[in-house]
Write a protein that binds this ligand. Structure first.
Ligand SMILES: [Zn+2]
Length: 134
């Protein structure tokens, strides 16, 4: 997956929060370090980190939803566990992306034999029997 399609997945409110966090952190840090020449640089770094945190949280929310995982608990887990361990856990434990069911169009896990919503048998090319045995 490219970076651009990943960014496109992030919901609008998360992007707005990220922009706000950047501005708030930038000015807070800038004000705090006004005396030193590196104030602007420190503000930029702090603001970028704060913005990236909200963007990542938004990405986890949207990504969990399209993988059939409950998005709110996973986002809370990723945000609340300190030192970004929650984000690392999410990326280690996340399920594969669901593919649309040919019968009803809802998301089905790639290893499922039948759609859990409508019962339509799924065409899993990798898991089909080789046939021609009789
Ligand atoms: Zn279905």
């Amino acid at each position: 997956m490219s970076w651009r399609s990943g960014f496109g997945l992030i919901p609008g409110p998360a992007r707005i929060l990220a922009a706000l966090a950047f501005v708030v952190f930038f000015f807070a840090t800038f004000d705090h370090h006004r005396a030193i020449a590196l104030g602007t640089l420190t503000g930029l770094a702090g603001g970028t980190l704060a913005g990236a945190f909200f963007l990542l949280a938004g990405y986890v929310y949207a990504d969990a939803a399209r993988r059939g995982m409950p998005p709110i608990p996973w986002t809370a887990l990723a945000v609340l566990i300190p030192n970004c361990v929650g984000f690392v856990l999410y990326f280690l434990l996340r399920k594969p992306i669901l593919h649309p069911c040919p019968g009803c169009g809802r998301g089905v896990a790639p290893d499922a034999a039948f759609c859990p919503h409508c019962g339509q048998p799924q065409m899993n090319l990798g898991l089909q029997p080789s046939g021609k045995e009789s």
